[in-house]
Ligand binder design. Structure first.
Ligand SMILES: C[S@@+](CC[C@H](N)C(=O)[O-])C[C@H]1O[C@@H](n2cnc3c(N)ncnc32)[C@H](O)[C@@H]1O
Length: 222
């Protein structure tokens, strides 16, 4: 299955990729929702929600609105089908949208997650800046990514993870920590951070953030 079918699933092959993702990522999606510490009053967003597994888990915990967005029509259809009851009840919404242009107002959500999607975004920095914008101050973000230690360089390698952590800080998030977990032998890193109550002076002035400002905790399997 070409990697592009996981990044932008389309047509019959995309449908197959979507079902494969749904079969393989259940545990990781549950873990992301745990990492976000979703509670009954949270307003939750999942960016690159794919077949809508995390949306379903979050909607089982939160009584507030739960939203999934994805750039692929195929994934949107699958996620809507999976969450059809909650959608009918008005508790869940699934929309086609790009991470870099989220169709929601500032401070709309209290929790925002993304699992194995950022590596496909045209501009990860723009997407992370959007996540910051739509989260209310104090809101929590979890960007979960599969780790790779092999060549060639690119998504998942330690260096790329470091760059992604810098992007999370540059977007304005604070208190960044990394926890790791293995699913089916594949290590996943969750980049966890908070939109601070007050924007940092660097964020307000547009100056680059000090990448050494936050502590990074490595969990098991890292
Ligand atoms: C490997 S799948 C992961 C799906 C889901 N998060 C999961 O783990 O079950 C990657 C998803 O990211 C979506 N995606 C890729 N680029 C995107 C973008 N720019 N904005 C929103 N979603 C995007 C794809 O359509 C795909 O559904």
């Amino acid at each position: 299955m070409p990697v592009s079918q996981f990044g932008q699933p389309k047509g019959p092959k995309g449908w197959l990729a979507a079902h494969l993702v749904a079969r393989l990522t259940g545990e990781a999606n549950r873990w992301m929702v745990d990492c976000l510490q979703v509670g009954p009053d949270d307003r939750v967003l999942d960016v690159g929600c794919g077949p809508g597994l995390a949306v379903a888990v979050a909607a089982g915990v939160s009584e507030g609105p739960v939203v999934g967005v994805d750039a692929s029509d195929t994934m949107v259809r699958l996620a809507r089908r999976r969450n059809r009851v909650a959608i009918r009840q008005g508790r869940v919404e699934i929309r086609r949208a790009d991470a870099a242009r989220l169709p929601y107002p500032d401070c709309h959500f209290t929790r925002a997650g993304s699992l194995n999607s950022l590596q496909f975004w045209t501009s990860p920095q723009d997407g992370l800046t959007e996540l910051y914008r739509v989260l209310e101050p104090g809101g929590r973000v979890a960007v979960v990514l599969m780790a790779r230690s092999d060549d060639p360089p690119g998504p998942g390698t330690p260096r790329w993870m470091e760059e992604t952590m810098d992007r999370v800080r540059t977007a304005g998030f604070a208190g960044l920590e990394v926890v790791s977990q293995s699913f089916g032998g594949v290590v996943h890193h969750a980049l966890l951070a908070i939109r601070p109550a007050q924007p940092s002076p660097e964020k307000e002035s547009g100056a680059p953030l000090d990448p050494t400002a936050d502590g990074v905790r490595k969990g098991a399997g890292s």
